[in-house]
Write a protein that binds this ligand. Structure first.
Ligand code: GDP
Length: 614
């Protein structure tokens, strides 16, 4: 995919007679790259060939295959499906293309029969600064499609929706905000073709605008700028253009590569032109897929539905997804029991570029997890089981565990980090809680959310909590009995809440409790050495008179000679006559030994002190 789009894409209202060439995708994909994100499958490839392609030792590849119960020798042909299974293991994507000339990536030969490749809808994400109108724009575009009642369905939020213009579909990812986009990207998912960058005409380039540009560029998406709120009195679209040009997004009408559209998301002005521009960019990107193959895709959203169980929205990247297909997704698997579109209508198959809600999952995957259909149901189960085991191994380490309550009592030690795992019934609760928790500011204590996710508390959560010494917080979700048992066994606390502020109160209190108390050394007594006895096995015993305060058995000690501290440590033993004493007060005699120190002389002063919290 191209980073920028050419000035041929200026929309129709603008003069566009510059003959800049349409840029072909220029993704660097040389084999010499140290980090390979995609791998190229060539038919007839052997295990050795694939290992080379993946930059991995052949032995490792064979071992992995053995774990998947695929027995092959080095020189044996690997086969497309096995290559894909392996690629999934490494988080790599198998491309359909073979690069014949590394200096000219345009020349790609499709592995699929070109006859099978068809145009697929562009996948668009809307990004931009807060309040610049992302949600309003998404709502407005959604409303341009056929009225729900006519289409026979009711709009439901599944994290993505499709609109049609001039008979061609465009898929919009309906989770505005950078967090979701970044998270998916961090997990290696590349689902967006085009980023529509919303910039309010009355506000201009803001911090999150820059952030969005960085994300879009890093993910190799085409960018279209939607200058929004042009209906407002203070709107100044030209200023926005200038500001964006200054930071490297040169408008096509100024000879650059970025199409700009002036819109009012609120009034609907310019929306058809924006959709046209999206389609022009999509055309240029030549987005193709093969509906004849088995489906692969990416999780956009997943949740636990009270009635339906685990449900996930999958964006189909390639292939056709059908009812009863067996699939692997993240570290779980399933078989499609029911699919529905964004209008809640039951569908039997889903084509590339479509987002569908699926039912039939064993567990709840995470946004960004890759999804893949496999012919063999057994392979699916084995693969998922193996991934689960790996997740278990990764998190299963012998470590001290703790509870929130313990923070109150554990005043000592270095517990300065409160780690949390947050599970909730809806993403909204997670975001609200996370936002609030991160705002709690207590000096000397850090709070870290090691994992957050939608759905019930699972074994993996407990194991992760154990490994990272975290506490699990659940909102509106419960942990099944088996998970509770595991948590009890591991000493992991699962705290359930319904109300966010109650959880926040508890956490704040715990954070205060876990603060290292401020200690000060406080002198409690002084004793003068009057006699010295050297006893073999014991060492030097100082016969002392307590001259001040009290000497305590477990106190710290300083040995002072002529005003100079010559030893600092602990009292080894404290005796009254022959008996051990807990403490000896002023005016009494006692025998004192110092911990690992024998050079005590008559006339020395032993000063006792303790650490006191202030
Ligand atoms: P987001 O935070 O980027 O999703 O922004 P919203 O879509 O929530 O919009 C923020 C505010 O700007 C809301 O009050 C919208 O009604 C308003 N708004 C959005 N688009 C327009 C527009 O085109 N014109 C005007 N006048 N207001 C808009």
């Amino acid at each position: 995919m191209a980073k920028y789009v050419s000035n041929k894409l200026a929309h129709k209202t603008k003069p566009s007679n510059k003959a800049a060439p349409i840029k072909k995708p220029n993704r660097p994909m040389t084999k010499s790259q140290p980090v390979i994100k995609d791998i190229t499958y060539k038919s007839g490839m052997t295990v050795v060939d694939l290992a080379k392609e993946m930059n991995k030792p052949v032995s490792e590849i064979i071992k992995k295959l053995m774990f998947m119960r695929i027995m092959v020798s080095q020189t044996q042909e690997i086969g497309r499906e096995n290559a894909e299974l392996l690629a999934m293991e490494y988080g790599l994507e198998v491309k359909n293309e073979v690069i014949t000339d590394q200096s000219r990536f345009e020349e790609i030969e499709e592995l699929d029969d070109p006859k099978d490749l068809v145009e697929r809808p562009a996948v668009v994400t809307i990004m931009g600064h807060v309040d610049h109108g992302k949600t309003t724009l998404l709502d407005n575009i959604r409303n341009t499609r056929v009225v729900a009642s006519e289409a026979g369905g009711i709009t439901q939020h599944i994290g993505a929706y499709q609109v049609k213009r001039h008979g061609k579909a465009i898929t919009f990812i309906d989770t505005p905000g950078h967090a979701a986009f970044t998270e998916m990207r961090a997990r290696g998912a590349k689902i967006t073709d085009i980023v529509v960058l919303v910039v309010a005409a009355d506000d201009g380039v803001m911090p999150q605008t820059r952030e969005a540009i960085d994300h879009a560029k890093a993910s190799d998406c085409a960018i279209i700028v939607a200058v929004n709120k042009i209906d407002k009195a203070g709107a100044n679209p030209d200023r926005v253009k200038q500001e964006l040009a200054d930071i490297g997004l040169l408008p096509d009408e100024w000879g650059g590569e970025i199409p700009f559209c002036n819109v009012s998301a609120l009034k609907g002005t310019g929306i058809p032109e924006l959709l046209d521009t999206i389609q022009l960019v999509a055309e240029m990107l030549e987005l193709k897929a093969n509906p004849k193959r088995k489906a692969s895709g990416t999780v956009i959203e997943a949740k636990l539905d009270k009635g339906k169980g685990p449900v996930a929205t999958i964006l189909i990247n390639n292939g056709t997804l059908r009812e009863s297909d067996s699939f692997v997704v993240g570290s779980t698997y399933g078989k499609i029991r029911r699919m529905s579109d964004d209008l809640g209508r039951k569908i039997e198959s889903a084509l590339p570029g479509m987002a569908v809600e699926i039912i039939g999952l064993q567990d709840i995957p995470m946004a960004g997890d890759s999804f893949k259909v496999f012919e063999d149901e057994k392979v699916v189960k084995d693969l998922a089981a193996q991934r689960k085991t790996r997740a278990f191994d990764e998190h299963h380490q012998e470590k001290q565990t703790l509870t929130l309550e313990e923070f109150f009592s554990k005043q000592e030690g270095n517990l300065k980090e409160l780690k949390l795992i947050i599970k909730a019934d809806v993403q909204g609760s997670i975001e609200a809680f996370r936002g609030a928790v991160e705002k709690i500011n207590i000096e000397g204590v850090n709070i870290e959310v090691v994992r957050s996710g939608v759905g019930a508390v699972t074994d993996t959560d407990v194991l992760l909590a154990e490994a990272s010494q975290a506490i699990i917080i659940g909102f509106g979700v419960v942990a099944p009995a088996t998970v509770r048992d595991l948590a009890a066994e591991k000493g992991i606390e699962i705290r359930n809440y319904r109300i966010i502020y109650e959880a926040l109160n508890d956490i704040e209190a715990a954070m205060k409790g876990m603060l290292d108390p401020v200690f000060e050394q406080k002198i409690i007594g002084e004793a003068e050495v009057r006699e010295v006895y050297n006893v073999s096995k014991i060492g030097t015993i100082a016969g002392c008179m307590v001259t001040n305060g009290v000497m305590q058995r477990d106190s710290m000690a300083k040995l002072v000679r002529n005003g100079i501290v010559i030893y600092e440590g602990k009292i080894g033993s404290l005796k009254r006559f022959k008996d051990d004493a807990k403490e000896v007060r002023t005016g009494f005699e006692c025998g004192i030994t110092l911990d690992n120190y024998n050079d005590i002389k008559i006339g020395d002063i032993i000063e006792a002190s303790t650490m006191k919290e202030v």
